[in-house]
Design a protein around this ligand. Structure first.
Ligand code: ADP
Ligand code: MG
Length: 438
């Protein structure tokens, strides 16, 4: 899947079917400090995942080398880089020594939480850095800074964050961080402000072709054969089952979504749409229909965004309507369904034609099926265009996206409402069966 190729010091690891998520190694064998091991065990991580097993030795070798890491979503990339940072930290020096950049405040907060747990038995200090509308930029004190590029960059420039001793810079969701205009520019600027010798580490599940020139630009002058590229390739069947449902038209699409509420709340679900306005509109309609849902997009205030995530994580709401702002990195263990109300699209270059966004598709559905758990992704198809986009995605990943058959036989003579109910019963039974793995 990766399009990054030769030139780098390439390590390809295959994740086989017999032990898809855990390695046969133990964390002790990775020579981690006792205090770090305690943090791992308190998180109930008893064995490393493949990416952790292979990334850690590469990240900890001396002299430090840059690393580009690629592994599927939900396979434990966060702990891989958090453990590397903790292992390299000089606990006696209070200054900032490592920076993790991530694309959104929600992912930043999550990474802060993971880092805090892993660092619980160490003396590491951790400083979250995200935009706060009502607070001024006060001095950042922490050995490990975790934040979004805009805010981190600003703090460095106004000298509220001293980066003179930074030895590691991590870009989580690296392709989105270098590709998107603003995030990309800010990430490159931050890299220029930290010491030249800092180790640069990129992690993502996807590295599309257009990403290559950004990576080269970001990594700068380091000889390519000294840059490590670590890929964990998944051979096993993914635990996310993908389906699509035909909707007759726009109205049918919404009414199906509303009807699916019961199924979506078996556990937790995220509904993805392409634009803020659509998110606002369908949230209002779902609430109008008597459902409890949360809404998250980039047009909300920081406090609203934080409250939405709190509600969803703490199960005050079980259904979340979101734009692509939430497509990456978010890890909520009981999300077992992702609905693509809109299929992800982007504009091709240079033609500026609407085409399937393969990477966003993979990241969106990757919000379920975390670390080997079961998950279902349902794509709504309400137009010929949507159908074609779905086909392109299927061909791109060479995967099966099965139609949930809404069997219309034996429905003759039934009323519209009865037909609707039968369709829903079918879908419900089907999804429950899939989640149980029957
Ligand atoms: P990624 O960044 O690769 O998408 P995350 O780092 O968010 O994935 O991890 C996905 C899930 O797997 C998280 O819930 C995390 O707690 C869990 N996890 C990570 N490593 C391990 C491990 N070694 N053992 C058990 N669970 C793990
Ligand atoms: Mg991640």
């Amino acid at each position: 899947m990766s399009t990054l190729n030769a030139g780098y010091d390439v390590h390809v690891i295959q994740q086989d079917q017999s032990s898809p998520y855990h390695s046969i190694m133990s964390f002790e064998e990775l020579n981690l400090h006792e205090d770090i091991l305690k943090g791992l065990y308190s998180k109930k991580f008893d064995r490393p995942s493949k990416i952790q097993e292979h990334a850690l030795p590469l990240l900890l070798k001396n002299p430090p080398q840059h690393l580009i890491g690629q592994a599927q979503s939900g396979t434990g990339k966060t702990a891989a880089f958090c453990l590397a940072i903790l292992s390299r930290l000089n606990f006696d020096d209070p200054d900032c020594q490592a920076i993790i950049l991530s694309p959104t405040r929600e992912l930043t907060q999550q990474t802060v939480d993971v880092m805090k747990e892993l660092a619980r038995y160490t003396k590491a200090t951790i400083a979250p850095v995200v935009y706060q509308s009502d607070r001024c930029y006060s001095r950042v004190d922490g050995q490990i800074v975790i934040g979004t590029p805009g805010t981190v960059g600003r703090l460095i420039k106004i000298r509220q964050l001293n980066v003179a001793k930074v030895r590691m810079l991590i870009l989580d969701e690296a392709d989105s961080m270098l590709d998107m205009q603003n995030l990309g520019q800010m990430s490159v600027q931050i890299k220029r402000l930290i010491p030249n010798a800092a180790q640069l580490v990129l992690f993502s599940a996807t590295y599309p072709a257009r990403f290559k020139r950004y990576i080269e630009q970001f990594l700068g002058n380091a000889p390519r054969n000294e840059i490590r590229l670590l890929k964990v390739e998944e051979l096993s069947i993914r635990t996310i089952r993908q389906f699509y449902i035909d909707c007759e038209d726009e109205e049918d699409r919404f009414s199906l979504l509303s009807d699916l509420y019961k199924v979506m709340t078996i556990s937790k679900s995220i509904i993805f749409v392409h634009a803020r306005e659509v998110a606002d509109k369908i949230t209002a309609r779902l609430i109008g229909a008597g459902h409890y849902v949360s809404l998250l997009h980039g047009g909300l205030s920081p406090d609203e965004r934080d409250k939405c995530m709190d509600d969803f994580r703490s199960t005050r709401t079980k259904v979340l309507v979101a734009t692509n702002v939430l497509a990456r990195g978010i890890d909520i263990y009981d999300v077992n369904m992702v609905v693509n109300y809109d299929l992800p699209t982007t504009l091709s270059s240079p033609e500026r034609k609407k085409v399937a966004d393969h990477e966003v598709y993979l990241h969106r559905i990757g919000r379920t099926g975390r670390f080997g758990r079961r998950g279902v992704a349902i794509n709504f198809v309400h137009s010929l265009e949507a159908y074609e986009i779905l086909r392109t995605i299927q061909n791109h990943y060479m995967c099966d996206i099965l139609k949930i058959s809404t069997d219309w036989t034996n429905l003759e003579g039934k009323t519209e409402n009865e037909k609707k109910e039968t369709r829903l019963d079918n879908i419900e039974a089907f999804i429950k069966k899939t989640l149980k793995g029957v």
